[in-house]
Design a protein around this ligand. Sequence first.
Ligand code: UD1
Ligand code: CA
Length: 451
Amino acid sequence: MTIASIMLAAGHGTRMKSTLPKVLHPILGKPLVLHALSAVENVVDIPPVVVIGHGAEDVKAAIQAGVKQDVQFAIQEKQLGTGHAVMCAQSLLQGKSEKVIITFADMPLLTQASIEHIIQLQQESQSVMVITTVMSEEPRGFGRVIRDSDGSVQAIVEEVDCTPEQLLVREKNTSAYCVDAKWLWQSLEKLQPSAKGEYYITDLVAMAVAEGLRVSAYVLEDRSEGLGINDRVDLADTERAMRMRVNRDWMRKGVTFIDPWTTTVHLEVELAQDVVLQPNTMLMGKTKIAKNSVIGPNTTLIDTLVGEDCHIQYSVAESAQVGNHVTIGPFARLRKGAVLQDHVHIGNFGEVKDSVLGEGTKMGHFSYIGNAEIGKDVNIGAGTITCNYDGKTKHLTEIGDSAFIGSDTMLVAPLKIGKNATTGAGSVVTRDVPDNTIVYGTPAKPKERKD
Ligand code: UD1
Ligand code: CA
């Protein structure tokens, strides 16, 4: 049994009121079209076909950047409706499969399991077409599923074409179909345009019934799978549903969420057992947290690796690496290339960029450390600043193990502070300091020397 798939992603998305094509709006950091593709990409035998049109180049580029496997593209020059969009894929797929899965790029919560169910149902019930539906208290905007008195599916009627009686129907079409390929390709050309001049894929249902063929419906149990995006209210509702789906998965795997409704975990994030996420925490990109670490409240981590038993609160980190038993915040910022080894402590209002802080080093208050290599057990006093930039280039500051940097020290790079060296409070250090030496003043001089 060969299975092909078509995903419709050519529409304008007028109701989004956006210059960005609708299918590129992200939820959980990933464009809608990629969420929708992930439900079909593993069940097909030939590369999925995506129908693109509005913003075609951008949509194509986003898909190619976001998926590993091959994807085929069909162009729909004019958006003449969902039935017409499927016709645009005909030359790529006709004669190549027994079944065709059709899904919409604006239905990102539909799962692979549901796609597998409709394939199975189509096979077992010998239907030419299986549709997916959801029972909804709020079917507004969706096509309604019309059934016979015996429950058999008769038609899908678009909301604009519904009679007042049909508008009361609570079963809505969620636009995932498994169709017998041969019947699909011969039936598409018989579709008639609607009053608005659009060809509706939904009209295939009544057409099959009129031909005496069977159409079955798969009613999705999880209603969130039926959430579709037409405007930004839908976008927010869908993001919330997706966020809860991801968070519940992590809770079942042993992660504590104090307030899952305000905690966002992107799809590629990895969390170990007994991680605790406090409210208003966002974990983005390829962030990874090892066991027993507590993140938040109010913390954003992007592409950041965090070791075991850490506590990071009210802080922001991007492309940083944090060892084990590290405490950060409140109000710290780690920028790209910040590497904190085990038992480091960063307190309030510290910023670290392109620097390594060795094991046990402490930086409690109001410091900027950029382009620095700092050894073990160094004490960085309040207000210490690496003056790393001379207006043209960034320069390196090196600090040896167990050095004591006094409060408000300016370290004018390039600079090397020796092991166990001390700088006095308020010193401006412009020259290298040997091991075990105390310097102070502006510019800083060794204490032993008499000028
Ligand atoms: C469609 C269904 C409706 C269903 C609803 C939600 C039809 C006629 N109606 O309505 O029964 O309840 O989805 O699942 O199918 N697209 C194209 N080319 C086009 C038009 C649309 O590629 O010419 C794509 C869009 O990019 C989008 C999808 O098809 O991904 C759906 O289009 P949209 O206009 O949102 O359809 P609905 O009005 O939501
Ligand atoms: Ca839609």
